[in-house]
Design a protein around this ligand. Structure first.
Ligand code: HEM
Length: 485
């Protein structure tokens, strides 16, 4: 009897799998590509290298197609002129539900009582106006102190060797942590644990951790919760740190102590995971492109000579530096903007073509492929051109076209729509400040002048800034004469 029931259940399951995997493309739907493996579909290829996989699908199907990935049907839209159809639709498309699932999976975090709009409003208040300028000057002071204190053993004539990625990530993380969390003692321990967790995060998000890795990720996460806990830390009476304020916000929303620690880890990751890698790529591109390095240095030199009493980054525009940053982010920022279709939707493309999206599916934009690496928009998109975003008269170049139509979205490193990065201004100021400090305080060069930038770690597409697979060895020493800041 038991066997008969089991057999019936098994057959039922097989039929369900068959019915679900036998979805066919209906009239007016985007091209459908299910892959050959039932249920999984293209999940393995997607997880291994999403950019390569989606580029292959784009070549095969064009700017819109639906793929099956681990039981989900995901419609990928790669025409930036049509992005607003997705970004502006909050009726048929929802981002909150899948974000909630992801936060639960990665950070074991549930904040059901907090409205996303309330948290967003809190964040926005803390990254603009007076708060922003306080944060930026605190960050600048920490960066300068750390950069110089890390060099105390370093004589002006003595070179230190290090991996550029480790150096950038570690310095920016510690300075960011000190700025937002205002904890002096444990920054190196938090950084060490954070890197372990961050390395495993893409696999954690995709549920593809091996057994040993699962244990490491869980231990690391617990250790970080402990380290970030405000328990035992007495805030200075005069301190009004970002963390302290976030702590009050969570308490007012009725969040218990355990969930608060988990929320701190989410915020630590959100605020610290992108800036270090971005600074690495920027300095890496400069070191491997002498012409670009010279152009940036000469812009800083000219501004310093013309206005010796004003900090070059504070009172002047720096179009060359800005173009280098935009070009760096174009090549190395790879966010995936994803929405759940909560009601059937008709998606109207910029060329007038209409497609039907089914309720229960997902829709996803991957700006890394288009606009950022689209050959129709950016000439030789795989090459770093420091002046790509500069006009001949040295003004910012922001007019680019696809199919003859001027683009609204040229690059999208900060995401877009309801959850666009709230720390954008703070991040830009920080990265420029960091690179400026490096170039003005240190002599910096590649250990091997022939070295190229390492390739990207392909598992990180979709998680913000890309990280390298490997590092770039550099050597540096304090300049003989230090500029006055
Ligand atoms: C190069 C540096 C950075 C890049 C490329 C970047 C990019 C992004 C992107 C793409 C998102 C949207 C994520 C999504 O759609 O799920 C985001 C969200 C966010 N970013 Fe940044 N970010 C950077 C630095 C920072 C910094 C320095 C801070 C603050 C100190 C910050 C604070 C935030 C916050 C709080 C959110 C969440 C917004 C929300 O959920 O509504 N970011 N960032």
């Amino acid at each position: 009897m038991l066997w008969t029931i089991l057999l019936l259940l098994f057959n039922g399951l097989l039929i369900l799998v068959y019915v679900y995997s036998s979805r066919t493309r209906q009239k007016n739907e985007p091209p459908l590509d299910k892959g050959v493996i039932p249920w999984l579909g293209h999940a393995l290829e997607f997880g291994k290298d999403a950019a390569k996989f989606l580029a292959r699908m784009k070549d095969k199907h064009g700017d819109i197609f639906t793929v099956r990935v681990a039981g989900h049907y995901v419609t990928v839209l790669l025409d930036p002129n049509s992005f607003d159809e997705v970004l502006n639709d909050t009726f048929c498309l929802d981002f909150a539900r899948s974000k909630k699932q992801l936060l639960q999976r990665i950070f074991c975090l549930q904040l059901p009582s907090i409205k996303p709009t309330a948290e967003r409003k809190w964040m926005e208040q803390h990254f603009q106006g007076l708060s922003l300028s306080k944060l930026s000057s605190s960050m600048k002071a920490h960066l300068q102190k750390l950069l110089l204190s890390d060099q105390t053993d370093c004589q002006p004539s003595k070179w230190t060797q290090n991996g550029l990625f480790s150096l950038c990530y570690s310095l920016l993380f510690r300075a960011g942590y000190l700025t937002l969390f205002e904890r002096i003692d444990d920054a190196p321990a938090v950084y060490k644990e954070f890197r372990k967790f961050d390395d495993l995060l893409p696999k954690l998000a995709r549920c593809s951790l091996k057994r040993g890795e699962r244990k490491t990720a869980a231990l690391s996460r617990e250790r970080l919760w402990e380290l970030l806990s405000p328990k035992g830390v007495s805030f200075r009476l005069d301190s009004n740190s970002w963390q302290q304020s976030y702590h009050h916000f969570l308490q007012e929303e009725g969040i218990d102590a355990e969930m608060q620690n988990r929320a701190f880890l989410l915020q630590l990751w959100t605020t610290q995971c992108n800036t270090g890698p971005a600074a690495f790529w920027l300095l890496g591109f400069l070191l491997t492109n002498p012409e670009a390095m010279e152009a940036v240095k000469s812009e800083i030199r000219d501004l310093t000579l013309q206005h010796p009493l004003i900090h070059p980054l504070e009172a002047h525009s720096t179009p060359v530096f800005d173009s280098v940053l935009s070009e760096t982010l174009r090549l190395t920022a790879a966010v995936m903007i994803s929405r759940e279709v909560v009601q059937d939707k008709c998606l109207r493309m910029a060329n007038g073509q209409e497609y039907h999206l089914r309720q229960g599916d997902r829709v996803c934009l991957f700006p890394f492929l288009s606009p950022q690496n689209d050959a129709e928009i950016h000439l030789q998109p795989q090459i770093f051109k420091y002046d790509r975003f500069l006009n001949e008269d040295m003004t910012v170049k922001d007019t680019f076209y696809k199919e003859g139509k001027r683009l609204k979205y040229i690059t999208m490193p900060w995401g877009a729509g309801t959850n666009v990065c709230v720390g954008k201004e703070f991040a830009v100021t920080t990265i420029k400040q960091f690179v400026f400090l490096f170039l003005t305080h240190l002599d910096l060069e590649l250990c091997n002048p022939e070295d190229k930038l390492p390739p990207v770690n392909t598992s990180r597409y979709g998680f913000g800034m890309l990280q390298p697979d490997g590092d770039l060895q550099i050597r540096y020493r304090l300049k003989k004469t230090q500029p006055e800041m």
